[in-house]
Design a binder for this molecule. Structure first.
Ligand code: NOJ
Length: 750
């Protein structure tokens, strides 16, 4: 660009963003436009001659996986000072649940049911990543996860569209800050659009078949919430949706995202997902793939180099209209402008709080405390009282593993910052009781019983045995799916061996997914699900085990009894033959030689109970909460109005605690069948012992909308049931009638 041109752009100024983008666009050559849509992998702390040449010549618009500040600054210098137009680069990274300081995995954070935890986690991650020159994160991952065999459930915000939507918005706000141009803000990316979580058989990258109504009611809402929160970008999913891979899916990227939702940011492909259109069998080769992706609405090519090779020629030949190319480039430039990159492309690590500093770690510790779910606590074994302990035995392959507690997607996580549970328990003992550690198994996958003898001996001499079991980090995450989600290796046998000593047993589960624990749950007295809690796992768990803090997490995903129940989720539809306690029959109880139709004739598996092991929303505390006095402020609610729902929540125990009060509804008769329950609102409430609080929810009739027979969103008059309580099995209920709109009063219509 000539000096005069730069001056023109400077005069237009950044406060007229659209004019700036259009002026810039008007000055770009075809290859420069295509270059903006090329996202390439970094080279790990240096800039090779080839990459430098690409940037200098305007063939690269964005780089990922480069976190060395000097290298990022050098890349930006090449782009800003040495390329013709001086357009800065986007620098992307998978900053998923923390950067140097690692927060609990997203599925765990979802169990906090606390938007503040999620917002704060993203904020800290953004500050730490921005200090390294990153300006764009590939998060939040907002795919609905209803199949825990899928390794990426670890990364998602659970099974429920409402909870995931609230938390998705919070995560976008945390990453993007108040103003995207603040130095500590990252452009966020809602991924993977859409339906990736429904991959067949829970196998990563597998096809998905999601009817449009299900897509719109279950899978799209969190993406919509991210878009409404101002997310800068979307990422297309790898998966094939009903015959049209997401990266070529015009319905998703254009009809829904741009036309229905008016999204103005840009869409990036997933890694190589454009050339993979050919592997899917959709196109003959990369040229066709580039055309399909561009015309469907994918603006930027991640790592495929397919746009760079073909898009220019596609535009010249008229196969991709020049206007479409301009739209793609403008969408990318707008985000660069919003990020303030044209004014401050450089990073200065010294201007940021040091990654891993005590404040960031304190936030990670709080997040780990709030994300942990107490699933079972027989005889109130927990919390342990240090004064009553003489010997504590700590057993298991995950008790002292600085790396494993961090979980999946921790490219930049620093295990040397981790405090392990064993370290923290030893520290909390303050010499008051002995802590003996026995590993028992080398890894969670170890099948050998060689270490059992020592583990049993340690349990025998202890007042309590705490077992740290579950899954190493490598057992969940992208492409790490499991066909059997019970505890791997010989962990179940280890639990049985330790439980046989009759020493009370606490199992602390550290895992990237809900596990099927039916065969061992009876053996343990207390079960605390900490997921992969991150850097501060140790102090957070010590606080919870010793009652310095009380658990308050609630499951964001159902725990099945056995893998074969999957997918099992609370918001299923009723069927014409729903199971009931009366109709359920276990096959062990079927009489021999009975006529075939003797087993209840309702919807269940014969070899396990029909309920999950732990339902969505479940989570205990060290106190007890009681619900009473559910009232509605009206029983007839016009379809354009709201109803107030009031409930009294009492802390009926002797300790302070936090309850997540949950509101569910059912639309029992509608023009299309509706789920048996749907979460519509929730609130975290902290109560002193004996304290009662009235919690008020405002439920707007529009929250009861669903895609009707013609797929258009509709709120239908009729009866609505409501329940409020501490899990999806809440029993305190009421109901109201949705009625037609109230006609305007004379005054209103005048
Ligand atoms: C592939 C993953 O599916 C996506 O989530 C991630 O952001 C990209 N790779 C970049 O690492």
């Amino acid at each position: 660009m000539t000096r005069t041109e730069t001056a023109i752009l400077d005069r237009i100024g950044r406060d007229e963003p659209e004019a700036f983008v259009q002026e810039l666009l008007a000055r770009m050559t075809l290859p420069e436009k295509v270059g903006q849509l090329n996202l390439v992998n970094g080279q790990g702390g240096h800039v090779g001659d080839d990459l430098a040449a690409h940037v200098r010549e305007g063939r690269v618009g964005a780089v990922l996986n480069e976190v060395d500040p000097a290298t990022v600054n050098e890349l930006q210098r090449l782009a800003v000072d040495e390329s013709r137009l001086g357009i800065p680069l986007l620098v992307g990274r998978d900053v998923i649940h923390g950067f140097r300081t690692v927060f609990p995995i997203p599925l765990a954070q979802a169990c906090s049911w606390d938007p503040e935890v999620v917002r704060q986690g993203a904020r800290v991650a953004a500050l730490e990543a921005a200090s390294r020159g990153v300006n764009w994160t590939f998060a939040p991952m907002v795919d609905i996860g209803r199949d825990p065999r899928w390794g990426r459930v670890a990364e998602c915000l659970g099974e429920d569209p409402h909870l995931a939507s609230i938390l998705a918005a919070a995560m976008v706000e945390g990453f993007q800050g108040e103003d995207l141009s603040d130095p500590g803000s990252l452009a966020a990316c809602a991924k993977h659009f859409a339906g990736y979580g429904a991959s067949e058989s829970g196998k990563d990258y597998a096809s998905t078949n999601i009817p449009e109504r299900e897509l719109r009611s279950v899978h799209l809402p969190p993406f919509r919430a991210a878009a409404d929160a101002g997310v800068a970008s979307f990422m297309a999913s790898f998966s094939d949706l009903d015959g049209i891979p997401a990266s070529a899916n015009h319905f998703l990227m254009t009809q829904v995202l741009r036309q229905e939702w008016d999204f103005r940011g840009f869409v990036v492909s997933d890694w190589d997902s454009i050339p993979q259109l050919t592997v899917h069998g959709l196109t003959r080769g990369p040229r066709g793939a580039a055309r399909e992706a561009a015309m469907a609405g994918v603006d930027m090519d991640m790592a495929g180099w397919t746009y760079l090779s073909h898009l220019g020629e596609l535009v010249e030949s008229g196969d991709v209209p020049a206007e479409r190319l301009d739209e793609m480039v403008a969408a990318v430039l707008r985000v660069k402008l919003r990020l303030g990159l044209f004014d401050h492309p450089w990073t200065n690590p010294a201007a940021f709080p040091a990654p891993g500093n005590p404040d960031h770690r304190a936030a990670a510790r709080e997040a780990a405390i709030r994300s942990t779910v107490l699933l079972k606590n027989e005889g109130s074994l927990l919390p342990l009282s240090p004064g009553n302990l003489t010997r504590l035995s700590v057993i298991g392959p995950l008790a002292d593993e600085p790396h494993e507690q961090l979980g999946t997607w921790i490219f930049d996580g620093d295990p040397s910052l981790s405090t392990t549970p064993l370290q923290a328990l030893r520290e909390s003992s303050e010499g008051r009781f002995a802590v003996r550690y026995v590993r028992g198994l080398e890894t969670t996958r170890d099948r050998s019983h060689d270490g059992f003898h020592e583990a049993v001996a340690a349990a025998e001499e202890a007042d309590v045995a705490i077992l740290f079991l579950g899954e190493e980090a490598i057992l969940s995450g992208e492409a790490h799916c499991r066909a059997d989600i019970s505890l791997p290796g010989a962990q179940e046998d280890l639990i049985r061996a330790v439980a046989a000593t009759r020493t009370p047993v606490v199992v602390v589960l550290m895992a990237g997914r809900p596990l099927a624990l039916e065969s061992v749950v009876e053996e343990v007295d207390a079960l605390l699900c900490a997921w992969h809690p991150g850097t501060e796992a140790g102090p957070a768990l010590a606080d919870l085990l010793f009652g310095v803090r009380s658990p308050s997490g609630k499951l964001a995903a159902t725990f099945p009894r056995v893998t074969g129940q999957v997918p099992i989720y609370y918001a299923h539809r009723n069927t014409g033959k729903p199971v009931s306690p009366e109709s359920w029959t276990h096959m062990d109880h079927l009489p021999r030689g009975a006529p075939q139709l003797s087993a209840g004739m309702t919807s269940f598996h014969m070899d396990t109970h029909f309920t999950p092991l732990f339902p969505f929303g479940h989570g205990l505390s060290y106190t007890r909460f009681e619900y009473s006095g559910l009232t509605l402020d009206r029983h007839e609610v016009p379809v354009d109005r709201a109803v107030g729902v009031y409930v009294q929540v009492t802390n009926a125990g002797a300790r302070r605690g936090t309850e997540v009060v949950q509101l569910y509804v059912r639309d029992p008769v509608a023009s299309v069948t509706r789920p048996v329950r749907e979460l519509k609102a929730f609130r975290r409430v902290e109560l002193e012992p004996g304290e009662t609080r009235t919690v008020r929810f405002v439920l707007h009739a529009s929250q009861l909308a669903f895609p009707g027979r013609n797929m258009r969103s509709v709120v239908e008059p009729g009866r609505i049931q409501v329940w409020v309580g501490g899990s999806s099995e809440a029993s305190l209920g009421s109901e109201f009638e949705l009625v037609e709109k109230t006609p305007p009063t004379e005054a209103e219509s005048a």
